[in-house]
Write a protein that binds this ligand. Sequence first.
Ligand SMILES: Cc1cc2nc3c(=O)[nH]c(=O)nc-3n(C[C@H](O)[C@H](O)[C@H](O)COP(=O)(O)O)c2cc1C
Length: 213
Amino acid sequence: MKTLLLNAHPDNNNPNSFTFALKEEFLKHYNLMFPENEIDVLNLYDEEIPTLSHTELTGVWKKQENNEILTQSESIIAIQSEKLLKQFKISDHIVIATPLHNFNISSRLKDYIDNILIAKHTFKYTESGESIGLMQNHKCLVLQSSGCVYTDQSSIYANMDFAKQYLETMFKNIMDFDDFNIIRAEGTDFMERSVILEKSKIEIQNYMSKFYQ
Ligand SMILES: Cc1cc2nc3c(=O)[nH]c(=O)nc-3n(C[C@H](O)[C@H](O)[C@H](O)COP(=O)(O)O)c2cc1C
């Protein structure tokens, strides 16, 4: 069993951050359950995460397709991207800690996903053009903080839950993860911190045994 924790907050060591609090709560339970196990942690804002740009990933992929020689900087990008993909594939439990930014996941998390949503590795296309996931026996837990509340169906934000929709679709429908769950600290712009975190912490505690079933 291998767990990979992706810290997708730009200020991931800030103790005032709700995302930080969710992540720490997860780690507390993880360490109690698996005192012998090391967890892999990737702080996305401290790492080189190749981007989908002409000078980075798309440029490298094009050259690789045409069997062209990569420059030194392109080789570094290719190696880093392959490393991220390999680490993702061998981790059967993925935990993502992200704040909501402009109704979506943080931008560095999107960059990361661009490095692991790779055809023939985490999913594949069939001859009829459909996609099939290749990541069975993997599970994903998202820990998300947001200023507003997205789970109240009477709220105007209920149908703007794009981050969850995107991540769930990628992990379950595209990559075929066995399990996807999101635990939120929501309403952080206007609700009391202790009330928000009390609810999230109970959810994390209750979910741990299912996640590691
Ligand atoms: C640049 C930026 C954009 C944000 N956009 C949204 C948003 O679209 N919807 C929302 O509910 N909260 C939004 N927020 C609020 C954060 O999601 C909220 O403050 C959350 O608690 C941040 O996580 P943290 O407490 O770990 O820093 C935004 C915050 C920032 C800094």
